[in-house]
Design a protein around this ligand. Structure first.
Ligand code: F3S
Length: 288
């Protein structure tokens, strides 16, 4: 069986930086350590950290913690969380990805300048919720075509568009096109205020996954169940290769997946450790 592994598969720079930082804190003897939400969407890594005493907490828990160090993960948080941490006198380590921080700065600056903010992304995703938390005025989170078509922007208010770092680039272009068709340009939207804030790591990963999926008989996408960037990779690959499967570990592999396949492609979401990618690769090579 021929196996093609995407070079961009696995931890991106921001996730690696965040995970490394938590392990560094453990090594430095910092205790107790809390992460505000799981540090990454990978159960294996989170349970390994748990076994070393790192506890995952939610925003509501911040009022009950008396001491310790809270890690703000790469998704980032809104400004009210920083305020809460300070109010409660808690130490914190901020590993928000610099690409996400850049979006925080943009929406803060543009909303303070009197613009309404359109955010292309999933309203339920923590990164998007964090971005909303830096808007000082009206904003809209637009997930899909329907949202953009039904949106009623604030009248007489200029707009600025940003997107979740893991948004699909083609979808971004499609939504911008709808805004154009709806003639929001000239009225509220100036082309220079449409900022493609999709992270390069995501774009490159998506492009490479699409290319590989177009060349293989079976495509495997590895990632945690709740990882939105893995879900998007899966959708992209599925369009190119009907035989695409979403797996978490080698345990999910099944011979049915490789029926009449001579070439298998592998990619993985940003929170998938290298070790798991290698294990899956090994399994496919040896067992199928
Ligand atoms: Fe950062 Fe891009 Fe990863 S925004 S967390 S480097 S996907």
């Amino acid at each position: 069986m021929k196996v093609k592994v995407a070079e961009t598969a696995g931890f991106c720079f921001g996730v690696k930086r965040a995970v490394d930082k938590v392990y560094q804190l453990i090594e430095d003897g910092v205790s107790p350590i809390y992460t505000l939400g799981p540090i990454i969407h990978n159960e294996e890594v989170v349970s390994d950290l748990e076994s070393r005493g790192v506890r995952v907490i939610e925003v509501e828990d911040l009022d009950h913690i008396k001491s310790g160090t809270v890690v703000i993960r790469s998704h980032g948080v809104g400004r009210e969380i920083y305020e809460k941490l300070k109010e409660n006198g808690l130490e914190y380590v901020d590993v928000t990805c610099p690409f996400v921080l850049k979006i925080h700065r943009i929406v803060e600056k543009e909303s303070l300048a009197g613009k309404q903010i359109f955010i292309f992304g999933d309203p339920k995703h923590p990164e998007v919720q964090g971005i909303c938390g830096w808007c000082h005025g009206p904003y809209r989170v637009l997930k899909n075509r329907e949202d953009v078509e039904n949106m009623i922007p604030e009248a007489d208010m200029e707009a600025c568009v940003v997107s979740q770092t893991t948004f699909n680039y083609n979808k971004f272009k499609e939504l911008v096109e709808i805004l154009r068709e709806k003639r929001y340009y000239n009225n509220v939207l100036n082309i220079s205020n449409i900022l493609n804030t999709i992270c390069n790591a995501t774009e490159e990963r998506q492009k490479e996954a699409k290319n590989i999926a177009g060349e293989v008989d079976t495509m495997l996408v590895i990632g945690g169940r709740h990882s939105s960037n893995t879900q998007k990779l899966f959708e992209i690959c599925k369009e190119e290769c009907g035989n695409t499967y979403y797996i978490q570990t080698p345990v999910d592999l099944d011979s049915e997946m490789f029926h009449r396949s001579s070439c298998v492609g592998i990619t993985a979401g940003a929170s998938t450790p290298k070790k798991i990618i290698e294990e899956v690769q090994e399994h496919v090579r040896i067992k199928f």
